[in-house]
Ligand binder design. Structure first.
Ligand SMILES: [Fe+2]
Length: 313
């Protein structure tokens, strides 16, 4: 049996974008930095070097789409060493869709999404969240105001969420071929998967959506703490972007969230304080209900100018 593949996480996501100018403006406002890129590609980076690449929707360099319109076209997963890449090649060599794309082992997953693999280009970064005074630890922060963020600076891309037709096949592919771990499930209709036994709750979540078919739900960007979720959400509201729901809190991963409509496709999410799992974690079967999606959440968001909830129009 081959050694397990040591994943770092998501290294790059690639969007095919109908309106490049809007997409560029969105990710500037979202808090990413521009990276080096070759026309017509536009590259953005999080603090640790995880990349979000925007390409025109009709760019022939893009893999085929899984849905109409602007959307995610490829996920590049980062592994730790060259030896891990060879293990990936061996694991995927029998896949009918296996190719070498720009020097990377690549294939199409059972959802039709292009995936490929490279030695990670992400950097170790140390960014501290705000210390929180709790009853048991009332002096984690002494004679010091907490942190207030004017805007977010995402640290990494934590996960992607996709609509799917065949969740069991996708789960089997990522677990059996690549060694991902099942973290939790909606039995028969949703699988939360993580690429490292020890790590954040999920790196990919696939959700059964037979009426709409495969597609992108959202890409999630990790920020330091709950305060940065709020600060980032308020800032993008002030920039004129539309909140779908947020702030709010997910029971399944415990994370705080804020979801914003992304002109590059689907939603973009700020999140913080997700559960960290290890080999000792036992996957749970969870009912697919609104209450299990959000303990609470503000539809339409908070107005960044008034700091009050958006009122229904
Ligand atoms: Fe998410």
């Amino acid at each position: 049996m081959a050694d397990p593949i040591k994943f770092k996480g998501i290294d790059r996501i690639v969007y095919g974008v109908g309106d490049m100018a809007s997409g560029i403006r969105f990710f500037n406002d979202w808090g990413l930095k521009r990276g080096a890129s070759q026309n017509p590609s536009v590259m953005f980076q999080t603090l640790d070097g995880t990349e979000a690449e925007l390409r025109p929707i009709d760019d022939p360099h893009l893999p085929p789409p899984i849905e109409e319109g602007s959307t995610l076209r490829e996920v590049i997963w980062g592994v730790e060493t060259e030896a891990d890449l060879i293990t990936v090649e061996n694991a995927l060599a029998n896949e009918p869709s296996y190719v070498n794309r720009d020097g990377r082992p690549a294939c199409v997953d059972p959802n039709g999404l292009a995936i490929s693999f490279r030695v990670t280009q992400r950097r170790e970064v140390m960014v501290e969240g705000a210390a929180i005074n709790t009853f048991a630890h009332p002096n984690a922060r002494v004679n010091q105001q907490s942190t207030f963020y004017n805007r977010a600076e995402p640290i990494e891309i934590g996960h992607v969420v996709l609509f799917a037709n065949d969740v069991p096949a996708i789960q089997e592919f990522y677990v059996e071929k690549l060694g991902f771990c099942l973290s939790d499930s909606y039995p028969g209709s949703g699988a939360f998967l993580r690429c490292r036994a020890q790590g954040g709750h999920h790196n990919i979540f696939v959700l059964d959506a037979p009426d709409r078919g495969p597609g992108l739900n959202h890409v999630a960007f990790t920020v330091r703490d709950i305060h940065e979720v709020f600060g980032g959400g308020l800032h993008v509201d002030r920039c004129g972007w539309t909140t779908q729901i947020g702030p709010g809190r997910h029971p399944v991963s415990s994370a705080y969230f804020w979801y914003v409509e992304n002109p590059c496709g689907g939603l973009a999410e700020y999140f913080a304080d997700e559960d960290y799992l290890t080999e000792a974690w036992k996957p749970r079967e969870i009912d697919r209900t609104n209450e299990n999606y959000a303990e609470w959440g503000i539809g339409g968001g908070i107005d960044g100018h008034t700091r009050r909830q958006h009122l229904p129009t």
